[in-house]
Design a protein around this ligand. Structure first.
Ligand code: IMP
Length: 416
């Protein structure tokens, strides 16, 4: 056996079902060690996982956290809200009966995201007025800005003595006031300090001072299975064409590898996640967006409401030109096409195959008008559903190795 290192990368605007897929793909198999990694972003990511008749909405813990024995890494590319992380640890502990904290490894360089960053995020959005980005108000932009300004606090701060930790925090509150016009009231500050001290007690022992040593140890025996769970999606890359309607991280495979502190050379599989249709939450262009009854219907069937903000997601058709570009740019070698069952009742399914005068040109692919819900074998799919998948495979030259046929973790076709 040799080490396997895979990534599940979002091809679109996030919410492609990576949570469910990452939970599925980071199940411990024959590997001696399985590691589930989050590398970028923070609480802006929302992952819904349904397993053993329970639903979990997670934002920070890697999706592998519901499996016993899977090691969990929060990489240096993340910005982590301590209160949310502690809350998720308790939830998983109580409801899934497995303790994620005992398996947690947090890079010392991972930045702490405070309530002050959330207030700054809201304030900046308010100032943008009609040009608001539609952020998740999770504080991502300001936390990453503080990192770039080199004033942020990193997880390694939790090792400071309590009074020093508190001083560092107070220094940061003065910076927020001067930079973002955010005045922290006494109650919020006291709450933040209490959370910092709680986190110091509970998480200090989970901080990894040197991730290189950790990874060397993981790979030493050639028996490891590492799964990196993509945050957001390709179209939300800070350096992408969608700027400024993007998030604040470099959402690419290389960006994730940097955030995990792993060389891309190690990757054995690069899987791109997409939906059988497309959604976007927040502002910004969405050329294949649809409106009216058709959109409402898909929104309802697909439960298209943001796991982080509760906002309704905008809905539209897949754009094969963009998908093919992402396959090319990211060197994808597999596709995961999720939520096939949501299109079960359609006569035809339009897919954008090009643009004329800036407007999408569609090819109408025949629907299958039959339930695919819960199907786990490709051969059991109706012929037109198989053909729908083949369309994406033929246009991109990449196999659809994972196909989602329902919300539960077991509703999956696995052709790896
Ligand atoms: P921010 O990351 O909260 O600053 O939000 C910037 C943009 O990215 C907004 O349009 C958000 O709706 C979008 N966004 C951020 N994270 C996610 C995600 O995990 N899924 C979908 N959209 C996201």
């Amino acid at each position: 056996m040799s080490n396997s290192v895979s990534i599940g990368h979002g091809i679109e605007w996030g919410d492609e079902g990576k949570g469910k897929g990452s939970h599925y793909l980071s199940a411990p198999g024959n590997a001696e060690r399985t590691v589930s990694v989050r590398a970028l972003g923070g609480g802006n990511a929302g992952h819904t996982i349904i397993t053993n008749a329970r639903k979990y909405a997670l934002h920070l813990l890697p999706a592998g956290c519901l499996h016993d024995d899977v090691e969990l890494v929060l990489g240096r590319g993340m910005v982590t809200h301590l209160g949310t992380l502690l809350g998720e640890i308790d939830t998983v502990n109580d409801q899934a009966g497995t303790d994620p904290a005992s398996r947690l490894h947090i890079a010392a360089e991972n930045h702490i995201l405070f309530d002050g960053h959330k207030l700054a995020d809201k304030e900046l959005e308010r100032r943008r007025g009609a040009n608001a980005i539609g952020t998740t108000h999770s504080g991502i932009g300001p936390a990453i800005a503080d990192k770039s300004l080199r004033v942020g606090m990193r997880m390694e701060s939790l090792r400071l003595p309590k009074d020093k930790l508190q001083d560092e925090y107070l220094k940061l509150t003065r910076h927020w006031q001067a930079t973002y016009g955010v005045q922290m009231d006494g109650t919020t500050s006291e709450k933040e300090v209490a959370t910092l001290l709680d986190a110091k007690e509970k998480l200090e022992g989970k901080i990894v001072p040197n991730m290189t040593s950790y990874w060397r140890d993981v790979f030493k025996n050639d028996y490891a299975n590492v799964f990196i769970e993509g945050a957001q999606g390709y179209e939300l890359n800070i350096d992408g064409s969608g700027y400024p309607f993007v998030t604040s991280s470099a959402i690419s495979i290389d960006g994730h590898m940097h955030g995990a502190q792993l060389s891309s050379k190690r990757l054995t599989s690069r899987m791109g996640f997409m939906k059988a249709y497309t959604t976007r939450v927040g502002g910004g262009p969405f050329p294949t967006e649809i409106h009216g009854e058709e959109a409402d219907h898909i929104q309802t069937l697909g439960g298209e409401r943001g796991a982080t903000t509760g906002r309704l997601r905008r809905v539209g058709w897949s754009d094969i030109t963009r998908i093919d570009d992402v396959v090319f740019n990211e060197g994808l070698d597999a596709l995961a096409i999720m939520k096939m069952d949501i299109l079960d009742d359609r006569d035809v399914i339009p897919v954008c195959v090009g643009y004329q005068n800036g407007e999408p040109v569609y090819e109408n692919l025949p629907g299958w008008k039959q339930s695919t819900r819960g199907i786990t074998k490709f051969e059991d799919l109706p012929e037109n559903a198989q053909n729908y998948l083949r369309f994406f495979e033929q246009r991109t030259g990449v196999k659809a190795t994972l196909v989602g046929t329902g919300p539960e973790d077991v509703a999956m076709i696995d052709r790896r």
